[in-house]
Design a protein around this ligand. Structure first.
Ligand code: N01
Length: 546
């Protein structure tokens, strides 16, 4: 057993590293535990071919240190995974964080001691850690969605999940199957198609894929953008989703509703967004996620681009999504649709030809053997709750977090849960982070947590817990904001729909950064009005008095 910590942090992704930076700065007795062999979180685990971020590098990084922003040079518009991993390592070194990090350490249980107001964490090797406060920075997209399939154990080839990519797989000249066509799948497919002898894509739901238009960033561009970093961040904080095409920095926010402009103006705006590339369509018009008719103009535009890109009309038809665009996560790809013009690539719609199971040589699909050397599962994540539920978290009365969420996820501000005192989440369920820049949300949350711990210390208290009625109110707000949007009209991981038996409930606060921070500040006002605060000593005093 280690000495008791004031703060244990679980997870060394961008959120956990930043929390650690803040806690070390406050001279707390803190330690960070990370299951992986390196810092970097998402960018440590997701090492599949073609993995890169689809938010522009200059924005997808920490904002807290102007010096770091100025010193670090991103090489491409969208950083590839190895560069993001280098950045995470640079941050760990630059801010002296390594000595506080314990790698290769998976926390498997976390149990709250109600009498002593302490968490006991246990690692996979049985080491026990006592901590007054515990921060779960376990990642919003970390726990893989595993595919259950008859006969998979008998398959003799290689199986690889994009979300836990194994080292040293050689795909060159191999017969490869990719299951899944979300963001991870479409990036993987474009790379694998270049080297595999044959690639079969098993698609269940097509994505809308916009050309990323990635390119190398030259020195001039870096200098110009760095000179405007303050403005960039301001515009980012005002934006709907925490990102916008930086080419539109002078004019980043949509002005019109889609049907307010003429068809010619609308097409010109869509053309400009198609040319800008990436996730820019989110900000093409104000009402694309609110008005089905407006949305349809955008969806139709992208559908026409798919027909242009794909030679075979039947294949183009299979690749064409019919649901509202943007309501599931938009994808940004490189040469994605063009891949299907290659002779070595096939697309199978598994709704028409279901995956029946695996055999030693490959998969049985639509009654036929699909022989393959490697199956890549790009099947996504048990988003937001999965990584937390992997830990056996027990709060008051031994109640598990799984039980707390059994009838649908519930948190206060994506940071705390009633009945789980002194347990904070970063980028947790019902925070904005799946639809707002998670690094900046984590920066805000780390500051909020720091101020909360300072308040407890100042007031001689050692325990904080969300009030159940405030948590219920928060969840109502999350659902009320989502209800009129088109997000609510499709099935997606935003609602947990991709995981069998996961209760359908909105997992994301869509109110944006400013409203989120205002809500969190309000909750902390007047001595943390939305929380119950207490101290072990006062409980003891009450017990004596009784
Ligand atoms: O996961 P997904 P992802 N049989 O859930 C299919 C972020 N991200 O890892 O939709 C057949 O989007 C599933 O089909 P369906 C980003 O926020 C960012 O790709 O369930 N198919 C779907 O096509 C993203 O949204 C970046 O019908 C099955 C796919 O697998 C989030 O992570 C890169 C199946 C899963 O798509 C998740 O993206 C990567 C089955 N049994 C990820 N089960 C960038 O920054 C699932 N599918 C670029």
């Amino acid at each position: 057993m280690n000495d008791e910590l004031e703060l244990a942090i679980i997870g060394a992704g961008f959120a956990g590293l930043h929390m650690l930076y803040r806690a070390v700065g406050s001279k707390r007795n803190v330690r960070l535990f990370e299951a992986g062999s390196s810092v970097g979180g998402t960018w440590h685990w997701n090492r599949y071919p073609g993995a890169r971020v689809d938010v522009e590098s200059m924005a997808y990084c920490y904002a807290f240190s102007p010096e770091l922003q100025q010193d670090w040079d991103w090489t491409e518009r969208y950083s590839p995974q190895p560069e993001l991993l280098r950045y995470a390592n640079h941050v760990a070194d630059r801010f002296g964080l390594r000595e506080h990090i314990q790698l290769d350490t998976r926390i498997v249980t976390a149990v709250f001691d109600e009498d002593r107001h302490r968490w006991t964490l246990t690692t996979q090797t049985g080491e026990r850690i006592l901590a007054r406060h515990c921060v779960l920075a376990t990642g919003l997209l970390h726990a893989p969605k595993r595919v259950q399939m008859r006969g998979l154990d008998s398959y003799r080839g290689i199986q690889a999940y994009t979300s836990q990519w194994p080292q040293g797989i050689d795909l060159a000249g191999k017969r490869v199957v990719v299951i899944g066509t979300g963001s991870s799948g479409i990036q993987t497919i474009s790379e694998v198609a270049k080297i595999a002898s044959h690639l079969t894509v098993l698609q269940r739901t097509p994505s809308y894929v916009i050309p990323a238009r990635n390119h190398v960033l030259d020195e001039d561009y870096l200098r110009q953008m760095k000179a405007r970093y303050e403005e960039l961040r301001l515009r980012q904080f005002e934006s709907m989703g925490g990102f916008f095409p930086l080419a539109f920095l002078d004019d980043p926010h949509p002005k019109f509703n889609a049907l307010e402009v003429s068809p010619e103006q609308r097409k010109a705006i869509y053309d400009a967004n198609w040319a800008a590339g990436g996730l820019s369509f989110y900000t093409a018009f104000k009402d694309l996620l609110l008005d089905p008719a407006a949305n349809e103009t955008c969806a139709d535009y992208v559908r026409s681009r798919i027909r242009e890109a794909v030679n075979d009309p039947a294949t183009a038809d299979k690749l064409t999504p019919r649901y509202p665009i943007l309501a599931r996560r938009l994808c940004a790809g490189t040469g994605y649709y063009e891949v299907y013009n290659q002779a070595n690539v096939d697309l199978v719609d598994v709704n028409a030809s279901p995956i029946e199971g695996a055999v030693p040589e490959g998969l049985m699909v639509g009654g036929k053997l699909l022989a393959c050397d490697i199956i890549i599962f790009a099947t996504g994540f048990d988003a937001l709750t999965g990584a937390i539920e992997k830990i056996d978290v027990r709060g008051r009365g031994g109640r598990t977090i799984k039980a707390h969420w059994a009838e649908g996820v519930s948190t206060y501000a994506g940071m705390m849960c009633a009945g789980f005192p002194n347990l904070m989440m970063m980028n947790g369920p019902s925070s904005p982070s799946a639809f707002w820049a998670p690094i900046q949300i984590a920066e805000y949350q780390a500051g909020w947590i720091e101020r909360c711990l300072n308040h407890l210390a100042r007031t001689g208290l050692d325990c904080i817990e969300a009030r159940p009625e405030c948590e219920a109110q928060w969840m109502q707000t999350v659902e009320q904001i989502a209800a009129p949007t088109l997000f609510a009209q499709v099935k997606s991981w935003y609602f947990g729909d991709n995981i069998p038996n996961k209760k359908h409930r909105m997992l994301v606060y869509l109110g944006g950064y400013a409203a989120y921070c205002a809500e969190c500040e309000h909750g902390a006002a007047d001595g943390y009005q939305n929380f119950k605060l207490s101290a072990v000593e006062s409980r003891a005093a009450v017990a004596v008095a009784v």
